[in-house]
Design a protein around this ligand. Structure first.
Ligand SMILES: *Cc1c(COP(=O)(O)O)cnc(C)c1O
Length: 404
């Protein structure tokens, strides 16, 4: 069958917001209470139940949630935190904004997640903690990370922005107390959304009032109730803090996303495995690992890596050619240490990178792309994506006369 270009552009992801969410938003508006209130509290309870954690507090984004976790743990200027460069920059920026130093270790090329075997070499007397990132929704090998953390007296905060619904050894991500806190994101590209939004999951009761203060003007106990009949109009401010509260308008969406999440992720899994099958003979592409019983993937992203030497064109030319075929892709991510500010920072502070650099991060960072994947993607959309990939590669082969 000859190739036909798809007539309309296919984005790499779309949020799944249905009639239940829309009806709840309208109900919220009619209720007269649209910012932080009873629906936000209900959403927090639903998150606790889903993830099996005693506390889960919501706020405006995962980026703010990351900032707050570091503030709660008292990160001091010059304190070092070990993490990965293959993440959204907020993982590093929140450390820097708190005065800390992000110390980078390389990834395991099989998983794209930080390689726990590299952690010990990065530890110094100033190291305070480790932030593993469950990139693509594939859980990190947490046992090995917790073992290093325990041996050296470090905390672990999980960047679970991409991991709602993923599990490690049958426990939901965020649900193991060996990590002091975990952070989720509800940005529209993630596996479930609230428009924008983030949350911190934690076990220690002592953090609760501090996190509430830090997300809303330094006021703790349910500040929103001061305007309700049962509340007191008086407030007490315990410290200067940001305004990063979550709206009931956002909770209206989230309340209906949680019951749908496992279904969303199951559908993502079907499509993920279907890509593995449809692309298995495309030797120009390196396909992602699907996880196993210990690493319960939530299939946030399908990240393929292009071998430019086999394809005769590089990743950027390849994704531009796919765009011409009306197929959208994402790049998750350009490694953080390659962005101008961080490039200068690590050039001036080379001891915060491994002596050998980050060869696996660099290698994958130049080759990776996220193919279209969301629960509403149809098999026809997916077939068109695969056909477009094969078409672009065949054209490149003809043009560049690749020697095999
Ligand atoms: C999306 C994302 C974030 C930031 O989440 P926001 O809610 O947009 O602030 C942080 N880390 C990773 C790995 C992400 O994918």
């Amino acid at each position: 069958m000859s190739y036909v270009r798809r007539p309309q552009f296919l984005p790499f992801t779309r949020p799944m917001v249905g009639q239940e969410e829309i009806a709840e938003i309208i109900d919220t508006i009619h209720s007269g209470w649209i910012t932080t209130g009873p629906k936000s509290a209900k959403f927090e309870e639903a998150l606790q139940d889903y993830n099996g954690v005693p506390h889960c507090l919501v706020m405006n984004s995962a980026t703010t949630a990351q900032e707050i976790t570091l503030q709660v743990l008292g990160l001091q200027p010059g304190d070092e935190v070990i993490t990965t460069s293959l993440t959204w920059v907020s993982t590093l920026s929140t450390i820097v904004l708190q005065g800390g130093v992000p110390v980078l270790v390389d990834i395991d090329p099989k998983t794209l997640n930080l390689d726990p075997a590299k952690l010990e070499a990065a530890i110094t007397p100033r190291t305070k903690g480790i932030i593993p990132v469950h990139l693509t929704g594939l859980p990190c090998p947490m046992e090995a990370i917790w073992a290093v953390a325990e041996k050296h007296g470090l905390w672990v905060i999980e960047d679970a922005a991409q991991a709602m619904g993923a599990s490690y050894k049958s426990t939901k991500i965020g649900g193991d107390p060996r990590s002091v806190m975990s952070v989720y994101s509800f940005h529209p590209n993630k596996n479930m959304t609230t428009g924008e939004g983030g949350a911190i999951a934690f076990f220690d009761d002592a953090f609760e009032s501090r996190i509430k203060r830090l997300r809303f003007h330094g006021i703790d106990r349910d500040a929103w109730k001061r305007f309700a009949k049962e509340g007191s109009p008086h407030t007490e401010v315990y410290e200067p803090a940001r305004k990063a509260n979550f709206m009931d308008l956002q909770a209206a969406i989230g309340i209906h996303q949680i019951p749908k999440l496992d279904g969303f992720n199951a559908r993502r899994g079907v499509l993920f495995h279907r890509y593995l099958d449809l692309l298995k003979d495309v030797e120009e592409l390196m396909l992602p690992w699907a996880g196993d019983a210990d690493h319960g993937h939530c299939f946030h992203l399908f990240v393929a890596r292009l071998h430019p030497e086999k394809a005769g064109l590089d990743r950027d030319a390849f994704v531009a050619a796919l765009k011409e075929e009306n197929i959208g892709t994402g790049i998750h991510y350009r490694p953080a240490h390659v962005h101008p500010w961080y490039r200068d920072f690590y050039a001036a502070n080379p001891s915060h990178l491994p002596k050998e650099g980050l060869p696996h991060t660099d290698w994958s960072g130049e080759r990776l792309m996220s193919l279209p994947l969301w629960p509403g993607l149809t098999e026809a959309d997916q077939d068109q994506t695969v056909d477009a990939i094969k078409h672009v590669l065949a054209k490149a082969r003809a043009t560049h006369r690749v020697v095999r």
